[in-house]
Design a protein around this ligand. Structure first.
Ligand SMILES: Nc1nc2c(ncn2[C@@H]2O[C@H](COP(=O)(O)OP(=O)(O)OP(=O)(O)O)[C@@H](O)[C@H]2O)c(=O)[nH]1
Ligand SMILES: O=C([O-])CC(=O)C(=O)O
Ligand SMILES: [Mn+2]
Length: 624
């Protein structure tokens, strides 16, 4: 049967009409195939109308996937107790038989497709299936990538309405020209708490060739929200093939002297500070997780892939995060996930106010001291509990930049991670290649609760994208190095480390110190301050930071703190180069330039060590 004919038979006339007017046979075929496979009781097609969005929102509550909270617009959603983070082990990239790609969890495409299609057969039985259209990037711009989502979870569809720009009209406009991404999701059978029951059959399979991602028997956003990390695997590949960058980066405006606006991107692994940086109250947020960067007339231009925030709620408190706090306590449309609820109010770990001793959370009925099946005490909220809210709700959003069809010019690109003992708080690369290699490609960070598995383990995580990589790392890095050649005006590259600790494990910095590093980087982009040359890049001068700490945070910054934080730790840096070099040597197909740049850095460090010893005070380097 022809796909359109099938759809006409299968859908209510009202729903069918919405599909029929999109002139795209590939779409019709896709819809017919997966509606048939998933076999839902009914199908709802979302246009860009407010009524359709309202319908999805209502269904999320009717089907019990979300519950209303006391404040208007607020709901809570729970994922299963063992479904609280991204499942790396069961997320696989489907590749032709025999193909292996370093660092990537791959699977034979034929086999994978067969398995997932079997898992998905009749999986939506008795449920309603939502067909949703969105775009990645601003509408009608060079960044725009259309995408269609099928899901039997009203929570997933609802999240996407908050996080992405609507794309139904765009599909209609583009017709057959739409080169779109496809997402098929089913939460599978649900238990009495409306959480996915068959976790053993949880699968996230990414078919690069068909630009389709399948996700089954899971609800956690990172595993299910098609346009987020699932699309990210597909766009990384497109970017490498087409010569642009698709990155795990925030995008923000740092406000310089005399009203100067400078845009920065920042790539840090999951749970390592992207949202908290982009949300600094006196700067402006454009995006907090995913950025597309293209070259336009020799400039690097960036745009937020999304238009909302799926942010970590643990630790959000009135003092450090005043804006998020305010937004979370106002009648905005917000989905709280995996938090503690008592009397219709949400609570989370480390929120800076007393938390009730009982309520409902991701484990069901909860009381302080409750233990899970493994004997671990269950905290009030899960560490990876999140809030989903549109950026429009934030008073500090740069709306013009968010919707700019040509994006914004990027002045600086930052790389960072959880590094207890090596990198100083902030440092500038000597040039593009030095930054891309020693800061981006050499990034290591401790694992976090954003993925299932052990936390706090130092792990190689180049450009903060290792979990999402879908091409050979060598090709990915070559694309980065090549990208520079298209640029007339090159962003400066920086590295930050918010997570440096002393010997006793205490943090060497406060959470808001990052505000000072940003202002310093802004000045450096414009050549407004000098810096100290070290073997690993440029670092700030004490006088400049002292002044900025006073101006930005009204704090006194001592010489002792500066010296502790900015001492160049030669043995740690050398050990890191050793580790990174070994990793890349073992994989092959790596640009030669990477080894050259690491070797040069090693030689600079060895020379400095001879002259100054293992731990070099910035004051010593400043004098020389
Ligand atoms: N010690 C310390 N913790 C920080 C700092 N900045 C952020 N954090 C903590 O890091 C955690 C994650 O921060 P986010 O900004 O939400 O992480 P993200 O990079 O946006 O993460 P994803 O959404 O998972 O990609 C939170 O628990 C913060 O409290 C800092 O400067 N110092
Ligand atoms: O995708 C998710 O699960 C949330 C996120 O931003 C990340 O883990 O980097
Ligand atoms: Mn992320």
């Amino acid at each position: 049967m022809e796909p359109l004919e099938y759809l006409q038979n299968r859908l209510d006339p009202e729903q069918f009409e919405k599909i029929k007017v999109i002139d795209n046979p590939e779409l019709h075929e896709f819809l017919a195939k997966y509606i048939d496979l998933l076999n839902p009781a009914k199908v709802f097609v979302c246009t860009d109308s407010k009524e359709d969005e309202d319908y999805v929102r209502r269904k999320a509550i009717e089907y019990g996937e979300e519950k209303p909270l006391a404040m208007e617009g607020h709901t809570v959603h729970y994922d299963g107790y063992y479904d609280q983070a991204r499942d790396k082990a069961r997320t696989k990239i489907l590749v032709p038989k025999g193909v292996e790609i370093p660092f990537i969890n791959t699977m034979d495409r034929e086999e994978g497709l067969k398995e997932i299609h079997e898992i998905m057969r009749d999986i939506a039985k008795g449920k309603e299936l939502f067909v949703c259209f969105f775009v990645l990037g601003p509408k009608n711009s060079i960044f725009t990538i259309p995408a269609v989502q099928l899901t039997d979870s009203a929570y997933v569809a609802h999240s996407e309405f908050i996080l992405y720009r609507k794309g139904y009209e765009e599909f209609k406009r583009l017709g057959r020209d739409a080169k779109f991404l496809k997402f098929v999701h089913s939460a599978g059978e649900l238990d009495e708490r409306k959480t996915s029951k068959n976790i053993d059959k949880r699968r996230i399979y990414i078919d690069l060739e068909g630009e389709t991602v399948y996700s089954a028997n899971t609800q956690y956003g990172g595993n299910t929200i098609g346009l987020k990390k699932l699309a990210f695997r597909l766009t990384i590949r497109r970017a490498v093939q087409e010569g642009w960058l698709s990155e795990h980066m925030f995008l923000m405006r740092v406000n310089g002297p005399n009203g100067r606006k400078t845009y920065f991107t920042g790539a840090y692994p999951s749970m390592c500070g992207k949202t908290s940086t982009a949300m600094l109250p006196w700067e402006n947020i454009v995006g907090d997780d995913l950025t597309f960067i293209v070259d336009m007339k020799g400039e690097a231009r960036g745009a937020n892939v999304e238009k909302g925030v799926f942010g970590i709620i643990q630790g959000v408190n009135q003092e450090d995060d005043p804006i998020i706090w305010q937004v979370l306590h106002s009648p905005n449309e917000i989905i709280f996930s995996n938090v503690l609820v008592k009397d219709g109010k949400p609570y989370w770990n480390d929120m800076g106010i007393p938390i009730p001793d009982e309520g409902e959370n991701h484990s069901g009925k909860w009381w302080r001291g409750k233990k899970d099946a493994e004997g671990n005490e269950i905290p009030p909220s899960h560490k990876n509990a999140r809030f989903t809210v549109s950026l429009e709700a934030f008073p500090n959003v740069d709306l013009e930049a968010l919707e700019a069809p040509c994006g914004v010019r990027i002045g600086g690109m930052i790389f960072g991670g959880r590094d207890a003992d090596t990198w100083p708080p902030v440092r500038e690369a000597f040039d593009w290649a030095h930054g891309v290699i020693t800061m981006g490609a050499a990034l290591e960070s401790e694992t976090t609760a954003a993925t299932l598995g052990k936390e706090g383990v130092r792990a190689f995580n180049p450009m903060a994208i290792l979990d999402f990589l879908s091409v050979h790392i060598g090709d990915y890095l070559r694309n980065y190095l090549e990208f520079e050649k298209k640029l007339r005006i090159k962003p400066k590259i920086f590295a930050v480390n918010y997570f440096l600790r002393d010997k006793d494990g205490r943090w060497l910095n406060h959470k808001l110190d990052k505000a000072v590093w940003l202002k310093w980087m802004e000045l450096r982009v414009h050549g407004d301050v000098d810096a100290i040359e070290t073997p690993v890049g440029y670092i700030p001068k004490y006088e400049d930071l002292k002044r900025l700490f006073k101006e930005v945070l009204n704090k006194d910054y001592s010489r002792e703190d500066y010296e502790k934080q900015f001492t160049i730790r030669v043995p740690e840096f050398l050990a890191k180069i050793e580790r990174i070099e070994k990793i890349y040597k073992d994989v092959g197909n790596i640009p030669e330039e990477l080894f050259k740049i690491l070797e040069e850095e090693r030689q600079r460090l060895l020379k400095a060590k001879e002259e100054y010893g293992d731990y070099i005070s910035p004051f010593q380097l400043e004098k020389s």
